[in-house]
Design a protein around this ligand. Structure first.
Ligand SMILES: Cc1ncc(COP(=O)(O)O)c(C=O)c1O
Length: 355
């Protein structure tokens, strides 16, 4: 929910960072939020200053990847308000991941409070409006405490840290990226690909490396059963504007339910009148019908995909694979405009952090 309340004047000075030069990397900030789950209960939670976590050497998070995480951003509106984008969807996704990994759920109220407290306490690190940068927020839930056998942890830590970031892909604004179809699988059809858990990502590092060796930015994963249908990229969902005008995103049980993608699909229909479809996309059979492709996510925002490497050859899309097409440009403008509080937020997607 947004309100038109102007921020108060007692706010701390912003840090003297070169906001426009920020990349997507960790920049230490002063505070982080921590709550502990023990004996069946969550602690109240508190702000702490140490960026280290001390865990037992037998912690299930370390051995068996009993952990999940989230990623969202805070942005500064033209009037100085600090806006989160649909944070309850991140809270919900983390609860689902926790359930899948037999971890205690972080209640929505605790999740939102942890995010808000971490953002507010680090106000000086929130990039100003117009800088092109934003404050990335990383909530995480990890199984800690002594353990050896393969069983669930007895103690859990919920932590939220933040870091100001610039664009995920190096060039500013709408960087046109490229993908290479991976020979490796990211997720099994009834596995854990639809949860944001660390276990899905370590296996993808090599796939990314292999894609980069081919000159692409990221790997594109196909479904693991038939290696035929598009699943997603290493850290982003895929959307395709077809030559027949339809706007399509893969229906797959193995992809992360991206908050960005869900929002883009709504905007494509609501604001652009496009016919949207969630369906399996047979890459080789349909690639000739792709007009524009994009990777989308909190970090990637909407990154137009100019080229995809499939079976030994590059396929190029809009503008010979070098330009952002009009559909993705329009969607980028709509999405970012809402996230930054520049456009009317008809769907009540932004959440005002009281300062
Ligand atoms: C594998 C994967 N897919 C998709 C996304 C996009 O999800 P969201 O839009 O919720 O950030 C992410 C995270 O950014 C991701 O890690």
């Amino acid at each position: 929910m947004t309100t038109s309340m102007a921020p108060q004047t007692h706010l701390p000075e912003k840090k003297a960072l070169n906001w426009a030069e920020l990349g997507f990397s960790y920049q230490p900030t002063e505070y982080r939020f921590r709550a502990i789950h023990k004996d069946g209960h969550w602690s109240e939670g508190e702000l702490i200053t140490s960026d280290m976590i001390s865990v037992h050497e037998g912690a299930p998070a370390l051995h068996y990847a009993q952990q999940c995480f989230e990623g969202l951003k805070a942005q500064t509106a033209p009037d100085g308000r600090v806006l989160l984008f649909r944070p309850t969807l991140n809270a919900e996704r983390m609860r689902q991941a926790a359930g899948r990994l037999l971890m205690p759920e972080v209640p929505e109220a605790l999740f939102i409070r942890g995010v808000e407290e971490a953002v507010r306490a680090n106000y000086a690190w929130i990039p100003p409006h117009g800088s092109g940068a934003s404050l990335y927020i990383r909530p995480m839930l990890i199984g800690v405490g002594q353990n050896l056998g393969l069983k669930t942890a007895k103690e859990f830590e919920f932590r939220v840290f933040v870091s100001p970031v610039g664009p995920y892909y190096k060039s500013a604004g709408l960087a046109v990226i490229s993908l290479a179809v991976s020979d490796l699988d990211r997720a099994a059809p009834s596995g854990t690909g639809n949860y944001k858990i660390g276990a899905n990502y370590a296996g993808g590092l090599l796939a990314t490396r292999m894609a980069q060796d081919l000159g692409a930015n990221e790997a594109l994963f196909l479904d693991a059963r038939e290696r035929r249908y598009i699943d997603e990229a290493g850290s982003a969902n895929i959307v395709v504007a077809m030559k027949d005008g339809r706007f399509v995103t893969p229906a797959s049980t193995a992809v992360l339910p991206s908050v960005t993608r869900r929002s883009i699909m709504t905007l494509a229909e609501q604001e652009m009148g496009l016919t949207i479809e969630h369906r399996a996309i047979d890459l080789r059979a349909e690639i000739a019908n792709f007009e524009e492709v994009a990777a989308c996510g909190t970090a990637a925002v909407i990154s137009p995909v100019g080229r995809i490497y499939v079976d030994g050859q590059w396929h190029r899309f809009y503008g010979n694979g070098e330009l952002a097409g009009p559909v993705m440009q329009k969607l980028y403008g709509l999405l970012v405009g809402i996230q930054r509080g520049e456009l009317t937020d008809k769907n009540n997607w932004t959440h005002n952090v009281s300062l």
